[in-house]
Write a protein that binds this ligand. Structure first.
Ligand SMILES: O=C(O)CCC(=O)C(=O)O
Ligand SMILES: [Fe+2]
Length: 357
């Protein structure tokens, strides 16, 4: 349950202009199984991925190889966790005032006052799996599907992370091929490195409290390299197109959605675009989503990948910074802020003239 104090519901209600649901998005789709069939299919898939990342920073993956029963078990376990009494869930919350953002939280997104009609679990991910808060139920949850072997939520999330990491590697290789990089493992290595800074978020958007639309998760771009999102069959995700108009992403419980993150925008010197997205709650059914955020190791310098800059006249759009630096900066801002703005070089004609004078 998401409990809002007096006045908080008004804060997440939408401004009048956004009360109507936007039109449906035509989401580009890439079938990973088909891409593996032969060299021609692979090249076509790599081109399609690159085009989707340039135009939208967003696409859908089918043929992903993550077993459907695993997806169903994770969804059931997440629903069972969020159905626990509030005080049980709070046991998995991050220590107040502590430095770790990981654990259970309700309605507060980050530490800067962003509110949403959502409760969630945020978990750090190591190469060994999802590092769950100690208080995450280690015992099988009550609603394990009939016939399923007993398995704790923690073990299930580890299994899920392992499967999603494999898919992430495959998607990042296709992206590298689509970019024409000689080193087609360059992106995948950043996210699959033993010390990569990845996270898993399990979101639960309870049914709307009253007819209308509420902000579930306010508009933002994901700071990492790549996000892989899977949800139940309840819609709510919306993305912003290049011209700033919002479109609704039809729910698809069998596929994964890929977001280009800010770090990938920087690694491609702006060729791929990190997608602005949000979740709106207008359903009488709950939405459950699970998102794997693939980040680089904290010390990694984010700079255009070798080979990309030559084609752009050698001009860099962003100054040099590490992932640690970017993350620290991003988490000090509000969700909707343009977090990359302060790392951009000023490339306006006036700035270029000033620099050459
Ligand atoms: O829950 C969703 O569907 C998306 C949430 C999201 O954008 C995020 O957790 O970064
Ligand atoms: Fe996001």
């Amino acid at each position: 349950m998401v409990v809002l104090a007096k006045g908080e519901l008004e804060q997440i209600a939408l401004p009048a202009g956004q009360r109507a649901a936007p039109p449906l998005a035509a989401v580009p789709e890439v079938d990973l199984a088909m891409a593996a069939a032969n060299a021609g299919a692979r090249a076509a898939a790599a081109r399609a991925v690159a085009r989707a990342c340039e135009e939208h920073g967003f696409f859908k993956v089918t043929g992903h190889g993550v077993p459907a029963p695993l997806l169903a078990r994770v969804e059931a376990a997440a629903a069972a966790f969020f159905a626990l009494p509030q005080q049980e869930k709070e046991k998995a919350a991050a220590a107040p005032g502590g430095s770790s953002p990981f654990g259970y939280a309700s309605k507060r997104i980050g530490g800067n006052g962003d509110l949403g009609w959502v409760e969630y679990l945020l978990l750090g991910v190591s190469a060994a799996g999802a590092a769950a808060p100690a208080a995450l139920p280690g015992a099988p949850l009550p609603a394990a599907p009939a016939g399923a072997s007993p398995c704790s939520f923690r073990d299930l999330l580890d299994e899920y992370v392992a499967a999603v990491r494999r898919m992430t590697g495959a998607v990042l290789e296709l992206m590298a091929e689509g970019l024409g990089l000689e080193d087609t493992g360059a992106l995948a290595r950043l996210v699959l490195a033993g010390d990569s800074d990845s996270m898993l978020r399990v979101n639960h958007y309870p049914p709307r409290p009253e007819p209308g639309r509420l902000t579930g998760f306010g508009e933002h771009t994901d700071p990492q390299i790549i996000s892989l999102l899977r949800s139940n069959a309840t819609a709510g995700l919306e993305i912003s197109l290049r011209d700033g108009t919002w479109v609704a992403v039809p729910a698809d419980a069998d596929s994964f959605f890929v977001n280009v993150g800010d770090a990938l925008q920087v690694l491609t010197n702006g060729r791929f675009r990190s997608v602005r997205h949000r979740v709106m709650v207008s359903s009488a059914r709950p939405r459950v989503s699970v998102i794997f955020f693939g980040g680089p190791p904290p010390r990694e310098r984010l700079a255009p990948l070798p080979g990309l800059l030559d084609r752009e006249g050698g001009r860099r759009r962003y100054r040099d910074f590490t992932w640690r630096e970017y993350k620290t900066s991003a988490y000090r801002t509000k969700l909707a802020d343009n977090r990359l703005g302060r790392f951009e070089f000023d490339t306006t004609p006036a700035a270029a003239a000033a620099a050459s004078s």
